[in-house]
Design a protein around this ligand. Structure first.
Ligand code: SAM
Ligand code: DTB
Ligand code: SF4
Length: 327
C-alpha cells in the first residue's frame, strides 16, 4: 500500500486534496481490521478519542419541497405522510434550542425543506441564527441552494456551519435527483466557503449505489479546496412512499468502512454518524466511533424520522466511556 496516510497512531500527516478514486477504492479494499486500525490511528492523532459531539436537529420548515430527491419524505413528488409546516416562529425555535442546550448539545442544526430560500426567507433566518448563537450554541442551517450574496448575509448573522450534502457520486446523482445537478451543489458549497462559513457536507449511503460511487463521493469531498469541517455520513432511512423505500439493505460493514475511509481522508474534520442509527446495533455504532465518527445527532427525532432515545445514547456513551464534547 503506497498511500500517504498516518501509519502510526499519533502521527499527523498533511491534509491531502489529490485523492484518486483508485486510492479510495484501495482503502475500501483493505482488510477490515487493517482499515479500522489505520482509521483509529488517524483519529487519535487529530481528536480526543473518547469525546463525541452531540448536535441537535430541528426541522424549522417541513415538507412541501419542490425537489424530487428519491430518498426524501419531504418532497412534494411523493406521498410519505409528512405533515407540511410553514417556517416556525422564532420563539418556538428558541425554546427548542434552549432545551437542546440543557440536554448537552453543543451544535443546533436547523433544516428547511426549501429548494433555495428567497431573500425574505433569508431575512427571516437572520434573527433566528443570532438568537440561537446568543445561547452559546454553534449554529448550523440547511436551507437548500444559496447565492453568494445569501451566503454572505448568513455569515454576517454569525452562522457557524452550513449543511449541504453532495449525497452521492457525480455519476449516480441523476439516478437520485433530477431537479438539480451535482454542479449546483458544488456552486452553493463554493459560495458558503467563500463567505467564510464552515462547510458541513457529506452524503447518504445505502441508496443502491456501488462502492465506486461511495468512493467517488468521498473523493469529491476530500478534494475540495478545504475539507468540509463536518462530514455527515447518513445511512438511508427508507421511508414508505418514497421511491427508495424498498432498496436493498446495505451491509453494515460497508457503512463502517465508509466512516473509516472518510476519517482517513479528512483527518481533521468532524465525521458525523448521522441518520440511520435506529436500525443500527450498539455494537455497530461502537465500531463507527472506533473507526473515527466523533459526532452524532442527539434527540429522538431527526427532521421527520426517528432517532434513538436520549437515554439509550446516554447508556451507550457510559458503557463506552465516551463523554459529550463541550463544543
Ligand atoms: N432541502 C435542503 C437540502 O436538501 O439541502 C435541506 C434539508 S435536506 C432534508 C438535508 C439532508 O438530509 C439531505 O441532503 C440528505 O442528505 C438528508 N436526508 C434526507 N432524507 C434522508 C433519508 N431518508 N435518509 C438519510 N438522509 C436523508
Ligand atoms: C444530514 O446530513 N443529515 C440530517 C441533517 N444533515 C440535516 C438530516 C437527516 C434526515 C433524515 C430523514 C428525516 O428525518 O427526514
Ligand atoms: Fe427538498 Fe432537501 Fe428533501 Fe431534497 S432533501 S426533497 S431538497 S428537503
Amino acid at each position: 500500500m503506497t498511500l500517504q496516510i498516518a501509519s502510526e497512531a499519533g502521527t499527523k500527516t498533511s491534509l491531502r486534496h489529490d485523492w484518486t478514486r483508485q486510492d479510495v477504492l484501495d482503502l475500501y479494499g483493505m482488510s477490515f481490521n487493517d482499515l479500522l486500525f489505520e482509521a483509529h490511528g488517524v483519529h487519535r492523532a487529530y481528536h480526543e478519542p473518547n469525546q463525541v459531539q452531540i448536535a441537535t436537529l430541528l426541522s424549522i420548515k417541513t415538507g412541501g419541497c419542490p425537489e424530487d430527491c428519491k430518498y426524501c419524505p419531504q418532497s412534494v413528488h411523493y406521498e410519505a405522510g409528512v405533515e407540511p409546516h410553514a417556517l416556525m416562529k422564532i420563539e418556538d425555535v428558541m425554546e427548542a434550542a434552549r432545551a437542546a442546550k440543557d440536554q448537552g448539545a453543543s451544535r443546533f442544526c436547523m433544516g428547511a425543506a426549501w429548494r433555495s430560500p428567497t431573500e425574505r426567507q433569508i431575512e427571516q433566518m437572520v434573527p433566528i441564527i443570532e438568537g440561537v448563537g446568543s445561547l452559546g450554541l454553534e449554529t448550523c442551517v440547511t436551507l437548500g441552494m444559496l447565492s453568494d450574496k445569501q451566503a454572505s448575509r448568513l455569515a454576517e448573522a454569525g452562522l457557524d456551519y452550513y449543511n449541504h450534502n453532495l449525497d452521492t457520486s457525480p455519476e449516480y446523482y441523476s439516478q437520485i435527483i433530477s431537479t438539480r445537478t451535482f454542479e449546483d451543489r458544488l456552486d452553493t458549497l463554493h459560495h458558503v466557503r467563500d463567505a467564510g462559513i464552515n462547510v458541513c457536507s457529506g452524503g447518504i449511503v445505502g441508496m443502491g449505489e456501488s462502492r465506486a460511487d461511495r468512493a467517488g463521493m468521498l473523493t469529491e469531498l476530500a478534494n475540495m479546496p478545504q475539507h468540509p469541517q463536518s462530514v455527515p455520513i447518513n445511512m438511508l432511512v427508507r421511508v414508505e412512499g418514497t421511491p427508495l423505500d424498498e432498496v436493498e439493505d446495505l451491509d453494515i460493514f460497508e457503512f463502517i468502512r465508509t466512516i473509516a475511509v472518510a476519517r482517513i481522508m479528512m483527518p481533521a474534520s468532524w465525521v458525523r454518524l448521522s441518520a440511520g442509527r435506529t436500525e443500527m446495533s450498539r455494537e455497530a455504532q461502537s465500531l463507527c466511533f472506533f473507526a473515527g465518527a466523533n459526532s452524532i445527532f442527539g434527540g429522538d427525532k431527526l427532521l421527520t424520522t426517528a432517532n434513538p432515545e436520549q437515554d439509550a445514547d446516554r447508556a451507550l456513551f457510559k458503557t463506552l466511556g465516551i463523554t459529550a464534547h463541550a463544543g
